[in-house]
Design a protein. Structure first.
Length: 212
């Protein structure tokens, strides 16, 4: 049976990275008779973020009330990531970026068969390596290393291509009443909010196959 998973996420959302890994664990546990197709859709946690981004410390302090609270939340994420084989290194992250271009490149990568690789590369570059994924040249280097043709990435970023996709994704989020990410839509029927554990995905997959 063919199963479809639409993932609404932002590349600066650490729980989206953890949710990706847990989804992959669930998919790996499925029997070979099931084929799962995953597609990633944009969600902007900070739609008014300046193009150049802002200091992560300033952003997190404003969002959570204090830098101390932000550090405690980062520690919780780091622990959850370690359990999934993800190394978060928040100390390396200097800026919270505008993610529009990252989302456009993820959309482009889908058309060329590299979407999962590009999503993984962007998560790793930001959360584990502290790379500035709001910087044009940096992000082109990241997606090119993941397999996307460099010239195609450069050409798209020189245009407005992909901006309509971001608007359409916002409509999808409204349709499913998405208030936070990650959000997973299975076969356009079941919605799962948050970085669910693999068992939750497997139960949902079973429900869908039983209904079919």
């Amino acid at each position: 049976m063919k199963l479809f998973v639409d993932v609404i996420s932002d590349v600066i959302c650490p729980w989206c990275y953890i949710g990706k890994r847990r989804l992959e664990t669930a998919i790996a546990a499925l029997s070979t008779e099931h084929e799962v197709q995953v597609r990633w859709h944009p969600f902007q946690l900070n739609p008014t973020m300046p193009k150049e981004g802002i200091s992560r410390k300033d952003y997190r302090t404003q969002k959570f009330g204090s830098w101390e609270r932000s550090v405690k939340l980062d520690a919780t994420v780091t622990s959850a990531g370690e359990a999934e084989g993800i190394r978060f290194d928040f100390d390396k992250i200097e800026r919270t970026p505008n993610t529009v271009d990252a989302h456009r490149l993820i959309w482009l990568a889908d058309q060329h068969g590299y979407q999962d690789a590009v999503v993984e590369a962007l998560f790793r570059a930001y959360f584990s390596e502290g790379q500035e994924i709001g910087d044009r040249q940096t992000i082109i280097n990241i997606v090119a290393a993941a397999g996307l043709e460099r010239e195609a990435a450069e050409t798209m970023l020189d245009s407005e291509e992909g901006m309509d996709m971001i608007a359409q994704a916002a409509e999808m989020s409204q349709q499913y009443q998405v208030a936070s990410v990650p959000f997973f839509i299975l076969n356009q029927k079941l919605g799962l909010s948050g970085a669910q554990h693999p068992e939750k995905f497997l139960n949902a997959f079973k429900q869908l196959t039983d209904e079919s």
